[in-house]
Design a protein around this ligand. Structure first.
Ligand SMILES: Nc1nc(=O)c2c([nH]1)NC[C@@H]1CN(c3ccc(C(=O)N[C@@H](CCC(=O)O)C(=O)O)cc3)CN21
Ligand SMILES: CC(C)C(=O)C(=O)O
Ligand SMILES: [Mg+2]
Length: 290
C-alpha cells in the first residue's frame, strides 16, 4: 500500500478526541454535539454551580456544563430537588457562565417553572438566558413536554430534554426507580422520539436499563446523555459532588468516584484546627511586620 498525503483539515476537525474534543473548539455549540454523535465521539457532561468548578471543568475540556436543579441537594441542602426556585438558581447559572469560556452551559429549569404552559416555560427560559447568560435550558419530561420544547426552540432557546427517572416527578413516579423496564420501554422510546421531533438538541436519560438506552441512542439523531443508562449512550453525565467523592453516604449505583474529596477536606479542616490550637498557625511567613 502506498501512503498518500492527507489533505489539510481545519483545526476544529482535528480535535484531540481523547481528553476532550472541546479543547479544539472555541465555543462548544449544539452542532458540535450532533457532529460528535455522527463521529462516534463520546463526551462527558458535569454539573457545576460555582466559579472554580466551572473554570476547572471548562479548562479540563468538559464540553457541556449543567447547572442542575440538583443544586437543591448539593448546594442548598434541601432534601430533594423540588424546593429550589428560579431565583436561587439564577445566580449560580451566572457564576458558571462567567467562568466557562469554552463549555456550553445548560441551565436546568426547576420544578414548577415550566410545566404549566409553554408560555410559562418560555418566560422562565428567557430569564435564564438574559439574567443567567445560559446557552441552553434543560427540562424534564417526554411527549407531554413537546409543546414547551417547540415554543422554546422556535423562540431561540436550545432545549435539552430529560426522560426516564425525572427527579422532579419523584412523588408521581413513586420514588427513585428505574424507568422503561418491561412494557414501559415502548413509551420511553416514544418520549425520546417526541422530544427530538419537538426540537430538543439532546436528551438526558436517567436510570434506564442499558439495552433500552442503547436502542434509543441508535434510533435518535440527537445525542443521548446517560446517567444510570449504560455505556451505549452518546454521552454521560454525573453530579460533581458524586464524581469527586465530596458527598458522603451511599451513592446511587450509577456513580463512579474519581476522587475522595471528602477525606481531603476532612483531613485539612482537622489539621487547620489543630494548628490553631497548638499555635503553629499562623507562622512568621503569614504574619506582617510592624
Ligand atoms: N448528588 C446527587 N446526585 C444525583 O445524581 C442527583 C442528585 N444529587 N439530585 C437530583 C437527582 C436525584 N438523583 C438520584 C438520587 C438518588 C438515586 C438513588 O438512590 N438510586 C438508587 C436506587 C435505585 C433503585 O431503587 O432502583 C441506586 O442505587 O441507584 C437516584 C437518582 C439524580 N440526581
Ligand atoms: C443529574 C442531572 C442530569 C440533573 O438533572 C441535575 O443535576 O439536576
Ligand atoms: Mg436536574
Amino acid at each position: 500500500m502506498t501512503e498518500s498525503t492527507p489533505a489539510p483539515v481545519p483545526a476544529e476537525e482535528t480535535a484531540p478526541y481523547g481528553a476532550g474534543a472541546a479543547a479544539a473548539v472555541k465555543r462548544v455549540r449544539t452542532h458540535h454535539l450532533q457532529q460528535w454523535k455522527a463521529d462516534g465521539h463520546r463526551w462527558g457532561m458535569l454539573t457545576a454551580y460555582d466559579q472554580y468548578m466551572a473554570g476547572a471543568f471548562d479548562a479540563a475540556g468538559i464540553p457541556v456544563l449543567l447547572v442542575g436543579d440538583s443544586a437543591a441537594n448539593n448546594v442548598y441542602g434541601y432534601e430533594s430537588s423540588l424546593p429550589v426556585t428560579v431565583d436561587e438558581l439564577l445566580p449560580l447559572v451566572r457564576a458558571v457562565t462567567r467562568s466557562a469560556h469554552r463549555a456550553l452551559v445548560v441551565a436546568d429549569l426547576p420544578f414548577g417553572s415550566y410545566q404549566r404552559s409553554p408560555e410559562q416555560a418560555y418566560d422562565t427560559a428567557v430569564r435564564f438566558m438574559k439574567e443567567g447568560r445560559a446557552h441552553a435550558v434543560k427540562l424534564e419530561g417526554g411527549a407531554e413536554m413537546a409543546p414547551q420544547i417547540e415554543l422554546l426552540t422556535k423562540g431561540g432557546v436550545p432545549v435539552m430534554a430529560h426522560i426516564g427517572f425525572t427527579p422532579q416527578s419523584e412523588h408521581a413516579l413513586g420514588g427513585y426507580r428505574v424507568q422503561g423496564r418491561g412494557e414501559t420501554a415502548d413509551r420511553l422510546m416514544q418520549d425520546a422520539i417526541a422530544v427530538q421531533e419537538a426540537g430538543a438538541f439532546g436528551v438526558v436519560m436517567e436510570m434506564v436499563p442499558g439495552p433500552i438506552a442503547a436502542d434509543i441512542t441508535q434510533k435518535l439523531r440527537i445525542p443521548t446523555i446517560g446517567i444510570g443508562a449504560g455505556p451505549e449512550c452518546d454521552a454521560q453525565v454525573l453530579v460533581w459532588q458524586d464524581m469527586l467523592g465530596l458527598r458522603t453516604g451511599r451513592a446511587p449505583r450509577f456513580v463512579k468516584r474519581y476522587a475522595d474529596l471528602h477525606t481531603i477536606v476532612d483531613g485539612a479542616a482537622k489539621e487547620f484546627a489543630a494548628d490553631v490550637a497548638a499555635g503553629t498557625f499562623p507562622g512568621p511567613e503569614h504574619t506582617f511586620d510592624s
